[in-house]
Design a protein around this ligand. Structure first.
Ligand SMILES: [Zn+2]
Length: 101
């Protein structure tokens, strides 16, 4: 709910008319970019949190999507929206690095 409130506030800031002289307008545009970046990040987190909440409803929360093992509680505390266990996450990251190299 806090995230949704922040997103709303950010969108309202974007909708507000830029006023004032050119310097203010330039500053507004810079602020706007920052707000857009923040909004994009907040939207991503919100989406992941919503997803985690849905999984809690379905009873699949904390389960790795890849190997279906339980994700370590320590990991879930640090990253509540983790979708994969540490082992799978690392395996996938290594896979990506191999693809990139
Ligand atoms: Zn796994």
């Amino acid at each position: 709910m806090e995230l949704e409130r922040q997103l709303r506030a950010g969108r309202e800031a974007l909708d507000a008319d830029p006023r004032g002289d050119t310097i203010d307008q330039a500053r507004n545009i810079a602020d706007r970019d920052l707000v857009v970046t923040d909004l994009n990040m907040a939207s991503g987190v919100l989406e992941r949190v919503r997803h985690a909440l849905r999984e809690i409803d379905e009873g699949t929360y904390g389960q790795c999507r890849r190997c279906e093992e339980a994700i370590a509680v320590k990991r879930l505390r640090a990253l509540p929206w983790s979708r994969f266990c540490v082992r799978c996450q690392e395996a996938m990251e290594e896979g990506l690095e191999l693809l990139a190299s």
